[in-house]
Structures are given as C-alpha cells and as structure tokens.
Design a protein around this ligand. Structure first.
Ligand SMILES: Cc1cc2nc3c(=O)[nH]c(=O)nc-3n(C[C@H](O)[C@H](O)[C@H](O)COP(=O)(O)OP(=O)(O)OC[C@H]3O[C@@H](n4cnc5c(N)ncnc54)[C@H](O)[C@@H]3O)c2cc1C
Length: 383
C-alpha cells in the first residue's frame, strides 16, 4: 500500500526486497525452521543487494537513505513468513550496528560496521544477561582496564545471532560494583578473542530459524580503542539505541499483523461450514473489522513515530507507545486468526501456526510491554 510517507524510491526499494524475499527466503523457510538455522550466505546476499546499508550514510558504506528505507525493509521482510530470519537480519541492520555508526571511531566503522553492511560479518547485540534483562542497569559482565586493554568477564543470555556472530556490540560494567546505570559502557567485541565461548544455543518455542545463544567471557582481552563513545555513558547509548530497535519491532508487528489478517480473510472466504463461508458469519466479519481498525490505528501511530525519528525529533514517547500497542495487537491478531482457521490453524503446514508462535516474542524482546508502560508513566510524570 502506497502511503504518503513513502516516496517512489522507497517503493522501488521495497519491491526489490519483496522480490528477494519471495525468491530467496520463502521457498526455504520450512527447511530452515527444521534446521533451526539459515545460511550465512543470506547476510551476504542482502549486503550485495544494498539492503543492509540502505539507511546508513554513504561514508560508512551505506546508501545514504532515510529511515523510511528501514521501515520498508522491516515491512517487506515479514512477507517471508519467517520471523526468525527477519529478526536475525534486523539485528544486523537496526539493533547491533546503529550505535557504531553513531559513536564509532573511523577504525571501528571500517573494522565492524562496513563489513556488517556488506553482509560479510554477522553482528549481534549483547545486553541481556542470565540475571538481568529488563533491569539493564544491574548488568554484571565486567570490563577491567589492564595495560591499554579491557579484560572482560561474565555472561550474556538471549543473544540473537549469538552462535555465529563475528562481533558483538557488547554492554559491560566499567564502573565499580554497585555503580548502576552510571558504570556501564559499550564496546565492539570480536568473537575470535580467546576466552569467548558460546555456552549453549537456547531452544525456543518460535523464531526457530534464528539462533539465540548464551555466551560466556573469561578473561577476554580487547584493546581499549574498541570502546564506543565515552566510558560509563553506555546506559544512555543503550537507551538511545533501543529507539531504533523498538521502532523496527513496531513496524514489523504492524506489517505481520496485516499479513496474517489478510491471509485469514482469504482462508475464511474459501472455507465453508453450515453451507456458507466462515467469513459470512457475523461474528468473524465483526472480529476482522475490529482487528483491521486496530491495525490501521497501530500503523499510523507507528508511522508518526517513524516520521519523528526520521526527522531526529524526540520520538521516545511515540516509539514506546507504538512498540506497546503494535506488539500487544499483533499477539491478539495471531490468536484470533489462528482460531478462525480452526484445526488447520493448529497444523504446522499453515503459516498462521508459525506466526502465532513467532509473534509471542514481540511483547518481550527489546523491552517488555510492562517496561514500555513504565517508560511511558515516567515520561508522563507519574512514575
Ligand atoms: C528470542 C529472544 C531474542 C532476544 N534477543 C536479544 C538480543 O539479541 N540481545 C539482547 O541483549 N537481548 C535479547 N533478548 C532479551 C530480551 O531483551 C529480554 O528477554 C527482555 O528484555 C526481558 O528481560 P528478561 O527476559 O530478563 O525478563 P525479566 O526482566 O526477568 O522480566 C520478567 C517479567 O517481569 C516483568 N518486569 C520486569 N521489570 C518490571 C517492572 N519494573 N514493572 C513491571 N514488570 C516488570 C517483565 O515485563 C516480565 O514480564 C532476547 C530475548 C528473546 C526471548
């Protein structure tokens, strides 16, 4: 659907992502879900086709496009009907790398960002730990300065792309124990460093094609020049970085919900019971009318957030609302759409069953719905 915010060049970009998704992702989804992985080659292809750097400045290897390219990318990826692949790619474009473009030195951009945008290096974002996710300020992985190096010890959990990442944009504690949010820093961490280990690949209920890992760091030495921005300012950078992550999550939540609803409407037009199509029962027509209305509302809230973010305005309130609203809505859409499929909704062979499993992550990853409400209440002055 051509929206006023998207110009012709965004639509051309969207079309080329959709073509790629239809030809090179969709036919392999079942196999990749079963294998619980997808080929590294997909990252390289996306880099080659100019998808990964579309909204990055030309000087860091991107194409210089605005954030509407990211929105078109997030929307088009949902057409693969495989949230695992989409999530892995969005970690590469909108979660692990924006902070390097923003704060990295020329050397960090050359060593990490540029190859990530070419799809030659896989990126991960390492913030959550076995003992903390929502409460980022309590993270415990330490980085001690020793003779021009950081020596890193600790563990990370839930890290998307974690089993095969070439580098991690990693949150560490550089301040003393108990330093809270004021003692956190971000570093670029190459995973070929001695002492780094993938402890385990986590088995999940959905997003099977994407790998999620627990990682351990034992006396891992990296040079201090891998620090991103200023030492002990990491918490602010993480909160800033969350904005793009939550926004792309909201964008894909809306697009995925629309797709699920459209497919369900088609299904219920064809499937009959008691001598008529399921869609002809008022209860379903009304359910779909309600969901279509809520999806439209979520879309415009999300586009409003994209517009503010794109114009470098403070968009925290709108992004937080969009992530909360679109995420919760997507789960509701999945539930109703699966129900409208009856028994076939419960069968692996129908994309709705995978959508139902995959979408459940959306109110958890990148900050839970409860945390979104906490942020909003604080911003409204009630917290
Ligand atoms: C598949 C998957 C992929 C992920 N990928 C990444 C990744 O690539 N990188 C990364 O760093 N992390 C990643 N995460 C981690 C994710 O960001 C965290 O799971 C999330 O932030 C929640 O943290 P937690 O799991 O520790 O839950 P907890 O913080 O333990 O929360 C448990 C429950 O308590 C609620 N809660 C917590 N605090 C409050 C509060 N103040 N008020 C009310 N309720 C509260 C939460 O909302 C939640 O319902 C991923 C997670 C999953 C499942």
């Amino acid at each position: 659907m051509l929206m006023t915010f998207f110009r012709e060049e965004h639509e051309l970009f969207r079309k080329s992502v959709l073509n790629f998704v239809e030809r090179e992702i969709r036919p392999h989804v079942e196999e990749w879900e079963r294998a619980q992985s997808f080929p590294r080659e997909i990252f390289r292809r996306c880099g080659e086709l100019g998808f990964l750097g579309a909204h990055y400045p030309e000087e860091v290897g991107g194409s210089g496009g605005d954030w509407w390219y990211a929105a078109a990318w997030g929307e088009a990826l949902t057409h693969g009907r495989c949230a695992g692949v989409a999530m892995a790619l969005m970690v590469q474009t909108d979660m692990a790398t924006p902070v390097i473009a923003e704060l990295g030195t020329r050397e960090q951009k050359e060593e990490f960002l540029a190859p990530a945008l070419r799809g030659e290096k896989i990126a991960a974002l390492g913030i959550s730990e076995p003992g903390c996710g929502s409460d980022v300020a309590s993270l415990r992985t330490t980085a001690r300065r020793v003779e021009g190096d950081y020596v890193i010890n600790g563990a990370k959990c839930w890290i998307t792309n974690g089993t095969r990442a070439d580098f991690i944009t990693l949150a560490v504690r550089t301040g003393p124990e108990g330093s809270g949010f004021g003692g956190i820093s971000l570093v670029t961490f190459p995973t070929d460093v001695k002492g780094f280990r993938v402890t385990r690949k986590i088995a999940k209920i959905g997003n099977h094609a994407s790998d999620t890992a627990e990682l351990s760091f034992e006396d891992c030495r990296i040079p201090v020049r891998y620090l991103l921005g200023e030492e002990n300012r990491g918490f602010y950078y993480i909160m800033q970085n969350f904005q793009g992550e939550r926004l792309i999550a909201a964008v894909s939540a809306v697009a995925g919900a629309q797709l699920a609803l459209d497919e369900t409407i088609r299904y219920t037009q064809e499937r009959t019971a008691f001598g008529r199509p399921i869609l002809k029962f008022q209860v379903w027509r009304h359910t779909f009318a309600q969901l279509a209305t809520e999806i439209e509302a979520a879309r415009w809230l999300t586009y409003r957030a994209v517009d503010l973010y794109n114009r470098k305005q403070d968009a925290t309130r709108e992004i937080t609302m969009a992530k909360l609203f679109a995420g919760e809505l997507a789960c509701k859409v999945a539930d109703r759409c699966l129900q409208a499929h009856g028994g076939f909704g419960y069968a692996e062979e129908f994309p709705i069953s995978r959508y139902y499993r995959d979408v459940r992550l959306i109110t958890i990853g990148g900050g839970t719905s409860e945390i979104m409400k906490e942020i909003l209440s604080k911003r409204m002055g009630w917290g």
